[in-house]
Design a protein around this ligand. Structure first.
Ligand code: UDP
Ligand code: MG
Length: 320
């Protein structure tokens, strides 16, 4: 059976780049359909993530020009991960496979052919993996690579150099919809669903227009979210570290006792101050890490909706 494909594209303030890349996605859908790999009624689904510019108007216009273009709009900006999730959940009952991709043209759309081929060969998840980062600036490359290494060291397993460009079958998405957590880190969560998977490599280009929404600050936030939603290793590490400090302190106590008993006790102001400051600092860091997890639990217990769709380019009664 030929699968119906939905390409899911999160868009936030992308009015400069969307008119350039949208026709590229459409051409890809038509090419794949012409090659008999996907059905003719496949769709390009834009998810407007509460943009403040004309992105939604552009999506609405596109939807009028070609039936392959459809769009949904989130009621406000909720971030990339929530936008992708909204699109995937919208698509899961309407199609057989989804491919999520950024709208800025950085991910090579030609890798979709290999992704669909892998699906036709029996894989349910196909990860797009960047083979090179030559076009990224040194800083972006360095921070992104440190990001993956740090995640791995902290016990959050992710596919190296894989962002959110991937094919997921509707079958996997239906299972994935049972993962109800509100702290989203899709690239770490999808592998947890299991099923047969593979990866396809592609080279990453520069953004066609507009600016990146992932500055260093957001990347650090994403790394912390990824680690704390996938792993409890930091908690174990502070436990280990605490035990180490306790052991050193124990030896210090014995040493202090012996010195005092021998009558050689000195003022010891410097060593005292150092220890108090050091241990105080360590405790604050540990409290911070524990606090981060408590914050996550707090957000999870609220069970707020992960996305709210305010508009669609089609009538909800019909099938997009
Ligand atoms: N994006 C989004 N919501 C946000 C930030 C970004 O939907 O709050 C989208 C954005 O439009 C793009 C994708 O997520 O399609 C990746 O963002 P960007 O290209 O800025 O990140 P980078 O590729 O630099 O990591
Ligand atoms: Mg980008």
């Amino acid at each position: 059976m030929i699968p119906r494909l939905f390409i899911v594209i999160p868009c936030y303030n992308e009015q400069e780049v969307l008119p350039i890349t949208a026709p590229m996605f459409l051409a890809k859908v038509k090419d794949l359909a012409a090659a008999g790999k996907i059905t003719d009624d496949s769709r390009v689904l834009f998810v407007n993530d509460g943009s403040r510019d004309n992105t939604w108007q552009i999506i609405e216009e596109l939807a009028k020009t070609d039936a392959h273009y459809i769009g949904i709009s989130q009621s406000r900006n909720r971030g990339h991960q929530n936008a992708v999730l909204a699109g995937l959940m919208e698509a899961k009952d309407k199609c057989d496979i989804t491919i999520s991709i950024d709208c800025d043209g950085q991910d090579d759309i030609n890798a979709m052919d290999a992704m669909v081929d892998a699906y036709l060969d029996g894989c349910e998840v196909v990860y797009g993996v960047r083979s090179s980062r030559e076009t990224d600036t040194f800083f972006k490359r360095f921070t992104a690579q440190s990001f993956y290494k740090f995640l791995a060291a902290m016990g959050a397993e992710v596919v190296y150099n894989h962002a959110d460009y991937r094919l997921i079958s509707a079958r996997v998405l239906k299972e994935f919809s049972n993962f109800k957590e509100v702290n989203l880190f899709l690239r770490g969560m999808i592998p947890l669903v299991g099923f047969k998977s593979t990866s396809v490599s592609y080279s990453r280009a520069e953004r066609i227009a507009g600016e990146s929404h992932y500055p260093l600050k957001k990347m650090i936030a994403l790394a912390i979210d990824g680690i704390t939603s996938l792993s409890v290793k930091p908690l174990r590490m502070i436990m280990g570290f605490g035990m180490f400090i306790a052991f050193v302190s124990f030896i210090g106590c014995i040493w202090a006792l012996i010195t005092a008993l021998c009558g050689k006790a000195v003022a010891g102001w410097a060593s005292m101050t150092c220890i108090v400051c050091f241990v105080g600092g360590v405790q604050l860091i540990c409290l911070g890490i524990i606090g981060e997890y408590i914050g996550k639990i707090y957000m999870e217990t609220k069970q707020r909706p992960r996305y709210i769709i305010s508009d669609r380019t089609w009538d909800e009664q019909e099938n997009g």
